[in-house]
Design a protein around this ligand. Structure first.
Ligand SMILES: [Mg+2]
Length: 396
């Protein structure tokens, strides 16, 4: 089988609810995406999303004419091609989108679901609910976690970082709702430490808003009120010394890594003791890069926790990682032109047996979504002004 062409279709959509974190606390419901199709001479097409059309066009000559079953070799060709500028930013998104579509093809050609192709023995992955809902009211937050608890989810992650009193109030809301799903006998005591993590597992994500010195007293304040399982990105993603200081100073696990790009960037986190839970993301140069990251972490006895994805398609990859802890689910209607063969049940993402990523695509719907909206707001997806020690004064 040989790749004959790569096609892309941009699309625009609204999520079921706004997403927000400390960097854009006002929230946003309007998003765009890029559908990616890798065609072959045998009629199979690999599908993925993400990346940018210009990057994919630039990389296509390295892929067309090659057998998609050699996906890891093709991945190396793409990474080597961008070596001088670095495998990061927009171009790593393009590498990732092509890589995911090639894995989809490889599994489809074998007639297997991707989880099986990747070597998973069980098609189930523990889920944690993630609100990405800094802008949600307390009632909306409670409703979200109640809905996830009704599906058996017993772990969650709150967006916070600017106001410890607000965070504690909202962490308690999450705790109360998720605790309803914890089976009898599995709940921990909040009165004294135990070897087993206390369920429900309560996490908070500061999205790199603090520096390490700010993070430590802030997290300690939270920990006096609620049992925290992990604190996510408590400092800049490259601040290996600072993250290590946070890890030593607080009870919670330090989770980070989602915004790095090349698998090699995880190494200094591991060697500095700067991470307790590594977070593989599709932005780590695709499925091939995510697998490398999980193996690197395994060598350091560090668990991994895969980031969210539309339709939870990354659960295929998570299921294959022997050191996987739990996958982020947001459940917000981003799988609008495709459905993934999976469901959330008893607190787990349960994958089906459809070949490849298991997507059922609706190309008519994609065509409808491919008309750009008349009014598109400028959206700053950058770091919040005032992050780090500039939290006070004019930069707040
Ligand atoms: Mg995060």
């Amino acid at each position: 089988m040989k790749v004959t062409s790569i096609r892309t279709t941009p699309y625009w959509y609204r999520t079921d609810r706004p997403f927000a974190d400390v960097n854009f606390p006002e929230g946003r419901s309007e998003w765009s995406g890029l559908a990616v199709f890798v065609d072959t001479d045998e009629g199979l097409t690999g599908v993925s999303i993400g990346g940018n059309a210009a990057g994919i066009e630039a990389l296509a000559p390295l892929v067309v004419g090659r057998d998609p079953s050699g996906v890891r070799g093709i991945w190396k060709s793409m990474v080597d091609q961008v070596f001088k500028g670095g495998n990061r930013g927009a171009i790593t998104g393009a590498i990732a989108a092509i890589d995911v579509a090639l894995w989809d093809l490889k599994a489809k050609a074998a007639g297997q679901p991707l989880w099986k192709m990747l070597g998973a023995s069980v098609p189930r992955v523990r889920a944690y609910a993630s609100d990405i809902g800094y802008c949600l009211s307390d009632d909306e937050l409670r409703a979200f976690y109640a809905r996830m608890a009704a599906r058996g989810v017993t772990a969650g992650k709150l967006k916070g970082g600017m106001d410890p009193d607000r965070d504690i109030r909202r962490l308690r809301i999450m705790y109360e709702e998720l605790a309803k799903a914890v089976p009898a006998g599995r709940g921990g005591s909040t009165e004294r430490p135990t070897a087993a993590p206390i369920e429900p597992l309560i996490c908070i994500d500061a999205n790199e808003y603090w520096n390490a010195k700010q993070a430590i007293p802030y997290i300690r304040t939270l920990e006096r009120a609620v049992p925290l399982f992990w604190v996510e990105e408590p400092a800049d993603r490259w601040d290996y010394e600072g993250l290590a200081n946070v890890s030593r100073a607080v009870e919670a696990q330090v989770a980070t890594g989602e915004n790095l790009n090349d698998p090699k960037e995880i190494v200094p986190l591991l060697t500095h003791g700067a991470v307790d839970v590594v977070q593989p993301n599709v932005g780590h140069s695709g499925i091939t890069g995510m697998l490398m990251i999980a193996d690197l972490a395994y060598g350091f006895n560090i668990p991994v926790a895969v980031m969210n994805s539309p339709g939870n398609y990354l659960a295929h990859v998570a299921a294959s990682m022997p050191n996987h802890l739990m996958i982020e689910v947001v459940d917000a209607g981003r799988d609008n032109w495709f459905k993934v063969d999976c469901r959330i049940e008893d607190g787990e993402v349960v994958l089906g047996d459809r070949p490849g990523l298991g997507w059922e695509t609706d190309l008519h719907k994609l065509s409808e979504l491919s008309q750009p909206p008349e009014h598109r707001d400028a959206f700053n997806f950058g770091r919040r002004k005032g992050a780090g020690i500039l939290i006070h004064g004019e930069n707040r």
